[in-house]
Design a protein around this ligand. Structure first.
Ligand code: ADP
Ligand code: ZN
Length: 642
């Protein structure tokens, strides 16, 4: 099993198309006269074209604008960016944004410029002349926001440069990278604590989407923010629907799931190994799906090309190991599928969280089976770590399995894992189709006693397949050779199908009533099996249902409607599609992702409300002053022609 590594830092997708007025060429950007906004709300409305703040945004922004420090924990898609961008637009000076995701800086800066914000970045991918121009602009006070990678910020030259100009706020994005125990630790982040002394009086924000309270405290400590106010948002992602189904024929199930997605829907399929990524992507391509592989074993230029196509084109399905994802802030990812079990709930939450950043309905789908449990238990067994380490991996896996096997709301389970309470959500498979439970005591006893007999009478141990054959009374060569048809339990489980038995074994493994051992995943009893054999431990089991909620079980082509228009009325569809075509053309011309021109929600609002004048355009969410000037006329023409 090759566990994939993250792509090398500084890896940037190639930009297709020619640069244009809103391209990221720093030297060519227009520089309008400086303008400060009287209030945060005025900035929100004028620059972003949004009506109102969401959740705790207003409070956070007020606190920072008044000069206070904050630590912000908000899920992906929660709206962290405006929390530091708006104070930077309201306060005097330039807002400094520390971000480890160099690959993202281009697009973040492009998105800001598209809204008329004077933004730039400094990182290692830049030509010296471009960097020098950004430095001059900063010193001249002509930048609202400056993005810097931590390794650059930690150099004396950069710090001196910044001290010669004026900073309005300092935002430390992905602040959990400062945590030495976290999975994204970056040594450069440790140096960021010094910013407090270097820039006294400049308010600082630490932002992250990582949920654990321990990370939270560590951030405030290491970044030297003892006075900071802490804002912890709910980690719920209500627009993501969770679905987990038993793995029977994974390829067919995945294909059916993908075909149930609307046309043009972009998504990610996660697999554990590079080999499985390559094979799955190749298979999907033979089925007419625009799937691309991504893992650390591919060369940098292939990875860059695939990432760029995923970001810039409609409907690309990225089949990837976990090497893909960190720092992908494509807002319109409509689904995330897992064809292998993630190793922890944290991983699952983070990976599924890449869907639906734009708040639009999205899906998190997973197929999970007996093989996953056996394989992961074996990987933990064979991992080189010490006992404590293995125990921790085991706990992570147990929590993940509990989520898979729960008969209660998935979201409730997920949020509960992060210490947040919630009621049943109504938007997960178990809420939508409550699973039936059945009494699995007798089958469990039949299985356990077969294992015991083989062990006692013959000193043998077997994996799931052969045990099921014995229980179902199959006539295989192996059974004949071993004389297993003479066992007392031979054929006593013929009332259940092979699939039923796999479900029973999977659930017993998930609960630790069975353990899988060694390279072949042979099954053995655990400390808690005795209670089942004696009948004192009840064994309620979940009845597996395949293809719940239209996710699987059907052929057909990908839905006719486009992903983003699914909730639009029939009459508004043609206009929506016309606007989408216009947007694609405009984005291609500028060489930027489509969402930088307009997000899906904005296109939908345009198709619904059909504004007929420049003034009416201003009322559409996501159209600020700059975009109204840049695209107003074109959009009105598309609407008029519809
Ligand atoms: P995060 O960085 O927390 O993942 P973003 O800052 O990228 O989230 O915001 C997620 C989405 O929500 C973006 O599309 C953004 O434009 C939108 N958004 C943020 N704040 C608001 C708001 N007050 N009103 C409407 N949309 C908003
Ligand atoms: Zn639910």
């Amino acid at each position: 099993m090759d566990v994939d590594a993250l792509p090398p830092e500084g890896f940037v997708p190639p930009r297709d198309g020619l640069s244009s007025a809103s391209g990221s060429g720093a030297a060519s950007a227009p520089r309008p006269a400086p303008r400060r906004y009287a209030t945060p709300l005025e900035a929100l409305r004028t620059v972003y074209g949004f009506d109102a703040f969401r959740g705790e945004q207003a409070e956070i922004i007020d606190h920072v604008t008044a000069g206070g420090d904050v630590v912000v924990l908000m899920p992906t898609g929660g709206g962290k960016s405006v929390c530091y961008q708006i104070p930077a637009l309201v306060r005097e000076g330039t807002g400094l944004v520390v971000s480890p995701l160099i690959a993202l800086m281009h697009d973040q800066v492009d998105a800001l410029r598209a809204n008329g914000v004077r933004a730039a970045y400094l990182n290692s991918t830049q030509a010296p002349a471009e960097r020098a121009q950004v430095e001059r602009d900063y010193l001249a006070g002509e930048l609202d926001l400056l993005y810097v990678a931590p390794e650059r910020l930690n150099t004396e030259t950069t710090l001196r440069l910044l001290q010669r100009g004026a900073l309005s706020v300092i935002a430390i994005d992905e602040a959990h990278c400062v945590s030495q125990w976290g999975h994204d630790f970056r040594p450069d982040y440790l140096g960021l604590g010094d910013l407090a002394e270097r820039f006294p009086g400049v308010p600082r924000l630490a932002l992250t989407a990582t949920a654990t309270p321990a990370t939270h405290r560590e951030i405030a400590e290491r970044l030297q923010m003892p006075q900071a106010r802490h804002f912890v948002a709910s980690f719920d992602r209500p627009n993501i629907q969770y679905r987990i189904e038993p793995k029977v024929e994974p390829r067919k199930q995945l294909l059916a799931f993908l075909r149930s997605m609307p046309d043009g829907a972009a998504g990610i399929v996660y697999a554990l190994s590079r080999k499985s990524v390559d094979q799955t992507a190749a298979y999907l391509r033979t089925q007419g799906i625009d799937a691309l592989p991504y893992h650390a074993g591919l060369d940098a230029s292939t990875r860059a090309l695939h990432q760029s196509r995923f970001l810039r084109e409609d409907g690309v399905v990225m089949v990837a190991t976990i090497a893909f994802g960190m720092g992908i802030d494509k807002p319109d990812v409509r689904f995330v599928a897992h064809i292998d079990l993630p190793k922890s709930v944290e991983g699952y939450y983070q990976e599924t969280g890449r869907a639906g950043r734009d708040g639009e309905p999205s899906l998190a789908w997973m197929a999970y089976g007996l093989g996953d449990v056996v394989q992961q238990r074996r990987m933990i067994d064979q991992s080189p770590g010490d006992r404590t380490y293995k125990m921790r991996l085991g706990q992570h896996l147990d929590a993940m399995l509990a989520l898979c096997e729960t008969v209660a709301c998935r979201r409730q389970n997920l949020l509960g894992y992060f210490g947040q309470e919630a009621g049943p959500c109504g938007n997960c498979d178990t809420c939508l189709t409550p699973p039936e439970t059945w009494d699995g005591l007798i089958p469990a006893q039949k299985l356990l006693s077969t294992i015991v007999r083989l062990q006692r009478e013959r000193g043998q141990a077997f994996g799931a397949g052969h045990l099921i054959d014995i229980l179902r009374g199959a006539k295989t060569d192996r059974i004949a050779q071993q004389g297993h048809d003479a066992l007392k339990t031979y054929g006593i489980g013929a009332d259940l199908s092979e699939q039923d038995w796999r479900s029973v074994i999977r659930q017993l493994l998930a609960r630790g009533i069975l353990v899988a051992k060694g390279e072949y995943g042979t099954l053995a009893l655990s400390e808690v099996s005795a209670g089942v054999l004696s009948g004192t431990t009840p064994v309620p089991l979940r009845r597996d249902v395949l293809g719940r909620g239209g996710g699987s079980g059907g052929g057909g082509s990908r839905g006719r409607r486009s992903a983003a228009s699914a909730s639009l009325g029939e009459a508004d569809q043609p206009l929506f599609e016309a606007l989408r075509a216009w947007r694609a053309e405009e984005a291609r011309r500028q060489g930027v992702p489509a969402y930088i021109v307009f997000g899906d929600a904005t296109l939908r609002a345009l198709a619904e409300h059909r504004p007929a004048s420049e003034a009416e355009l201003g009322g559409i969410s996501g159209i600020g002053e700059k975009k109204r000037e840049a695209y107003g006329e074109a959009v009105l023409a598309v609407i008029a022609a519809a």
